[in-house]
Design a protein around this ligand. Sequence first.
Ligand SMILES: Nc1nc2c(ncn2[C@@H]2O[C@H](COP(=O)(O)OP(=O)(O)OP(=O)(O)O)[C@@H](O)[C@H]2O)c(=O)[nH]1
Ligand SMILES: [Mg+2]
Length: 224
Amino acid sequence: MRSFRAKALQDDKNVRIFMEQDLETARKLFAGPCDFVLGVAELEQLPESGRPEVAFAGRSNAGKSSLINALTGRNTLAKTSATPGRTQQLNYFDLGGVLYMVDMPGYGYAKVSKSQRYDWNKLIKKYLCGRPDLQCVFILVDARHGLKESDDELMKMLGEAAVPFRIVLTKSDKAKGPELEKMKAEIEEKIGKLPAAIPEISATSAHEGTGIEELRAVIAGYAD
Ligand SMILES: Nc1nc2c(ncn2[C@@H]2O[C@H](COP(=O)(O)OP(=O)(O)OP(=O)(O)O)[C@@H](O)[C@H]2O)c(=O)[nH]1
Ligand SMILES: [Mg+2]
């Protein structure tokens, strides 16, 4: 019989045990094909349902597209930019034929025109609240800035629609150890009261690779 060694990935408050087998399964899944399928600007363009999907949401510039690239090990799969507002559609990526990952336009960026903002908001809201295949929304939060009002609004909306969400801190390379722990504790306290929240908070850096392996395992858990 094979024995599975458990790898405990520990931070101060959360201990999540990943079996080495889970990490390996996830590594293989993410090392395999992952292709851009389509960009959705209107709800009618959403692909046929029937496959689980997870979405990456968050403020503009939070690092959604960069995280997808880090997860898949492909630098240019999702387009990234230092200028906020880079991703303008729901971009569908097919991960190994078993899961869609959806890169979402960011919110909270003031410089886009009002009518464009309205269109995005409408699309995003309808998508998030009416997509039966959507298993989980990863809300990406810059580890230096924490939750903002626009994130609170999204969490409220997901709560009302009973769509589970997880908070993923990004750019952890830019936050110092104690600062990161404080941020995590604050967010934990806040989301602890929300029924749609999955309490584990991941801290990641797309640039340095921190937390990527474990996040792959979390995502692979939603695959068919
Ligand atoms: N230091 C650091 N910078 C990062 C990291 N991830 C992303 N960035 C930077 O943050 C900026 C925005 O990254 P994107 O991935 O385009 O962010 P986004 O959330 O997809 O942005 P929108 O599509 O505009 O909403 C880029 O300049 C990235 O290089 C990280 O882990 N560490
Ligand atoms: Mg983007």
